[in-house]
Write a protein that binds this ligand. Sequence first.
Ligand code: HPA
Length: 271
Amino acid sequence: MYYDKIKKSADYIREKLSEMPETAIILGSGLGGIVDIMENKTVIPYSEIPEFPQSTVAGHAGNLVVGKIGSQVVAAMQGRFHYYEGFSAKEICHPVYVMKLLGVKNLVVTNAAGGVNRDFKPGDLMIIDNYINFIKVNPLIGENDERLGPRFPDMSEPYAPEILEKAIKSAEKLGIDYKRGVYALFNGPCYESAAEIRAFAALGADAVGMSTIPETIAGNHAGMRVFAISCITNMATGIATVKHSHEEVVRVANEASENLCAWMKDLLASM
Ligand code: HPA
């Protein structure tokens, strides 16, 4: 049963920790560096955690790192699971529900994304204020377990307005030139066609990527406050003047990661 598997993972992690995390961060491609600002770290490889999925993508280390950022105990997931790897939506969200069982209240999700909004440029950080689930990958399909959340969760505020406001204040204080917009989920692993990007732009997307929405849905379902940021690593197909490569995505995300770390450190301190 799904719940039992989640509980098995959570029980194992709980045994390894002296303090439980209040906030969890899922780190996207090239953004794993946030763990460098954490103190008193406990590193738990995914491979040791019973029932935990195993990541397969370059740029995703595959560790759960729990430590302190300021006064907050934070659980950082270095590596996440994608639909294109062959995981089901429920497997992708397994870690989110594990966090719920550990008592996590806030879920911060980061990703690398393609810029669809022509005002964006590679290296920009975009606060996600809404999403479009073009591919309908949804972790809630199937039997609902009320211990995890309700059958029909509301999605009128998928990203917690109070965290969003704090993030904006923090960016302004730090002089970070943030963007804000709608993130659209595409299944990947190929990048989108230019015609798909034109269609997504017409339908209101500002950025496109291959993750984040399943975890956003699960976080809301589980009653967490969710906040998400995209690092725009490239302009999307048809807007970009060069062909995409994963190496370039990771390179730009690594470059932006210093700004993102400073921002997250400040935001977490205010949460
Ligand atoms: N499309 C989809 N996912 C991505 C992109 C993109 O252009 N860049 C980084 N992740």
